[in-house]
Design a protein around this ligand. Structure first.
Ligand code: PEP
Length: 248
């Protein structure tokens, strides 16, 4: 069965209740006919208001992180149960900004992924190499480690989404070429095949992320192994709808 495309936005630490509600109101009619799945991963404090704002539309609201413990003495953290309470379906795990600034490791990515899955959330697990790793021909080695350790113990890999985000392309305006993105995502699928079986790997949605925008989305989405996008900057404006409607 063909993999249904999935376009997700990552608002990062942007927007307020008012500006978020306004953007969602503008996006709703624009994404009405979308053939793909659509999500906006918003700051945790905006989740209740954005779930309400997106109600009755194609837009599902996701989170940008989840703690790995079910509950307890983890000041400042948010559990999977709390996210589910508000109807959250998706959660980004292991974004490179969390790896870079907040001490996220493949081990904590793994714990968060297992907890999200155990609670019925769909993790969007981010992987990707830095510029020096790419230039040093380390991309495959880095991805091998991120996938092997980050997905250790996952029973059904088809229940998660992978986002391939080359760190050098995030927020820089430098997009991987269509060929670079396809080649690397094909490699990720091959690796998933080795870890979880080819049949399962062929069912996993793999997004590209890194300066994807209204202008370059068509070429990226035309690649056979690219099933969607994780969109940062362009998800803060109505350009997001153009990406969602990449097939029009
Ligand atoms: C991201 O943060 O996941 C991302 C892809 O950002 P941008 O689209 O702004 O590069």
């Amino acid at each position: 069965m063909a993999r249904k495309p999935f376009i997700a936005g990552n608002w990062k630490m942007n927007m307020t209740v008012e500006s978020g509600k306004q953007l969602i109101a503008e996006l709703k009619p624009l994404v009405k006919e979308a053939k793909c799945d659509v999500a906006l991963c918003v700051p945790a404090i905006l989740i209740p208001a954005m779930v309400k704002a997106a109600k009755g539309s194609k837009i599902k609201i996701g989170a940008q992180n989840v703690h790995f413990a079910e509950r307890g003495a983890y000041t400042g953290e948010i559990s999977a149960e709390m996210l589910k309470d508000y109807g959250v379906k998706y959660v980004i795990i292991g974004h490179s900004e969390r790896r870079q600034y907040f001490g996220e490791t493949d081990d904590t990515v793994n714990k968060r992924t297992l907890t999200a899955l155990a609670n019925g959330l769909t993790p969007i697990v981010c992987v990707g190499e830095t510029l020096s790793e790419r230039e040093g021909n380390q991309t495959e080695k880095v991805l091998d480690k991120q996938l092997t350790e980050g997905l250790n113990g996952v029973e059904d890999v088809t229940k998660l989404v992978i986002a391939y985000e080359p760190v050098w392309a995030i927020g820089t305006g430098k997009t991987a070429t269509d060929e670079q993105a396809q080649e690397t995502i094909k490699y990720i699928r091959k690796k998933l095949g080795k870890l979880f079986g080819v049949k399962n790997a062929n069912k996993v949605k793999i997004q590209y992320g890194g300066s994807m925008n209204a202008g370059n989305c068509k070429g990226l989405m035309a690649q056979p192994d690219i099933d969607g996008g994780l969109i940062g900057g362009a998800s803060l404006k109505t350009d997001f709808a153009t990406i969602v409607n990449f097939d029009k």
